[in-house]
Design a protein around this ligand. Structure first.
Ligand code: ADP
Ligand code: MG
Length: 507
């Protein structure tokens, strides 16, 4: 016998996520129920908003309560989205790493696993299949009952029914059984829904919890963010593998056309300059590049600074109007300021930072500053302390703005990108990239300045008012006294004077 008796084995992607559930946010029953809701809601938002549909999302969580099974729930999420083409339903929901979102444009889902993970978790905790009902708005509605063959990462179709779709309904309903701990997860779930409503004020979201309580988040704007457009890779963001993949499919016979055809914002002049910089002839055939030449080509791409920065067409930021509407609707503050920073890029990935500040009204004052974080219109409600925005909030000298922790104000930071710089796979914390943190810092400073102007003005008015009230208190006495002193009979009418002073204050 040799030194080892190892056996080797290959596992499927489904099996991998089965063994590593915590990676996808399913580490315990409380977290699992939170993640299940989050993943299905995000799929619903992705299936509506970018397609120009105002989202109507209905979430119902009911407890099965069969004797001991207090922790088994049925989660049903319904949307009015695009629906899923009939043949794709089983793959979309029961095969890991199968997605319509592996594209270079902003979306909520990106890994091809959120919805599928929810179903896998449901299956391994309850041994029950998932039910999916969907229609793309055509003649038929399809209903599937499905399970996942975890070892093979394949869907198993248990039942399939077809209904007529007379009303031309389009959308998707997912119904999954799963083990969870709703009451432990409840604060986070409600927080998640509220914050989802802040950044999606164009959505109607309804949630019925296991106790039958209804939480309603109503649409207050009917405009949608600009839909993202698919884009080509930026030369600063590519690696050797990307170049190989493009070479495999390209029809371009020269490097000059190759550069212009496959990369973001590369025109003829820039392509020529780059090739000269990199030391490759313009008419070289990309398919004939040797491995070491490809490495040199990629290195040159990264170090050439004559490329144009990525444009923001692939992004779908909220815009100031929607962000303001969302904040006003859910936080009901006395004052709000928002700003959208100019598009920027890190490592060839475009991003936009949007920041808001809200003060007073229904915002409560706690010990710490309230921070709401969002990435690609998803609220991030776990693991706050490791996030770049939190570090920046802590580094700011708030007194400079007439603010300090303990005052009722909240800061919102939204970053959208084709590649959000996540710190971890859990999609909860944003890493500290200097390009990104600079924009966050400048955004916060800008809205803080606006709030500081508002507060200074408010303070001034308060002082004026105080002066006026002293004035109003003593004026009658002064009038009386001066009347006596001057030996006049009739006290002058002071009402007019008071009214004029009040008017001055209001201006
Ligand atoms: P991801 O969202 O990362 O792509 P998921 O496993 O959550 O991965 O979903 C897989 C695919 O299923 C999606 O890319 C999408 O095409 C489709 N899908 C999921 N939910 C819906 C829905 N509610 N409406 C339309 N399509 C959906
Ligand atoms: Mg998803």
């Amino acid at each position: 016998m040799g030194v080892t008796d190892q056996t080797f084995q290959e596992i499927s992607p489904a099996d991998f996520f089965y063994r590593n559930k915590e990676i996808a946010g399913f580490s315990n029953p409380a977290r699992a129920i939170f993640s299940a809701i989050r993943e299905l809601v995000e799929n619903s938002l992705d299936a509506t908003e970018p397609l120009g549909i105002l989202p109507d999302i209905y979430i119902r969580l009911s407890s099965l309560n069969e004797g001991e099974d207090e922790n088994i729930y049925v989660l049903r999420v319904r949307d009015n989205g695009s629906g899923i083409p009939v043949d794709y339903v089983p793959l979309a929901f029961c095969q890991f790493l199968f997605s319509s979102k592996y594209k270079l444009k902003q979306s909520r889902g990106t890994f091809g696993l959120g919805g599928t993970m929810t179903i896998l978790y449901g299956q391994i905790t309850t041994n029950k299949p998932v039910k999916v009902i969907s229609s793309t708005g055509g003649q038929k509605i399809y209903e599937y009952v499905l399970m996942i063959d975890i070892e093979r990462n394949r869907p198993v179709i248990l039942e399939r029914r077809i209904y007529n779709n007379d009303s031309k309904w389009h959308g998707t309903i997912v119904e999954v059984n799963l083990e969870g701990d709703y009451f432990k997860a409840m604060p986070k779930i409600l927080e998640y829904l509220k914050q989802t409503a802040i950044v999606n004020p164009y959505a109607n979201i309804m949630f019925i919890d296991p106790k039958g309580r209804l939480y309603k988040f109503e649409r207050t704007v009917s405009v949608l963010p600009p839909p993202p457009k698919e884009t080509l890779p930026h030369p600063h963001g590519v690696d050797v593998e990307t170049i190989y993949r493009i070479i495999r499919v390209t029809k371009c016979g020269t490097l000059l056309s190759f550069m212009q055809e496959h990369f973001h914002r590369v025109g003829k002049r820039i392509a020529q300059r780059f090739l000269e910089f990199a030391g490759f002839p313009e008419d070289a055939d990309p398919k004939k590049l040797k491995p070491e030449e490809i490495v040199r080509f990629v290195q040159a791409m990264k170090s050439f600074n004559g490329f144009l920065p990525p444009d923001a067409d692939s992004l779908s930021p909220l815009g100031e109007e929607i962000l303001r509407a969302g904040i006003l609707k859910e936080l009901e503050p006395e004052f709000v300021a928002v700003t959208q920073r100019k598009p920027s890029a890190y490592s060839g990935h475009p991003f936009i930072v949007e920041v808001g500040i809200a003060y007073g009204g229904k915002i409560s004052s706690g010990e710490d500053i309230i921070l709401y974080r969002f990435a690609n219109k998803i609220p991030l409600v776990y693991d706050e302390s490791g996030d770049v925005s939190w570090r920046i909030i802590k580094s700011i000298n708030w007194r400079k703005y007439g603010l300090m922790p303990g005052m009722p104000f909240a800061v919102l930071v939204h970053i959208c990108s084709t590649k959000v710089p996540w710190k971890t796979v859990g999609k909860e914390i944003i890493a500290d990239r200097p390009e990104v943190s600079r924009e966050i810092l400048n955004g916060i400073r800008e809205v803080a300045r606006q709030l500081s102007i508002y507060l200074a003005r408010k303070e001034k008015i308060k002082r004026e008012r105080a002066r006026l009230s002293i004035f109003a208190k003593y004026l009658p006495k002064i009038a009386e006294l001066s009347t006596k002193l001057t030996g006049k009979e009739k006290v002058p009418n002071i009402n007019d004077l008071l009214r004029r002073a009040k008017k001055f204050e209001e201006d």
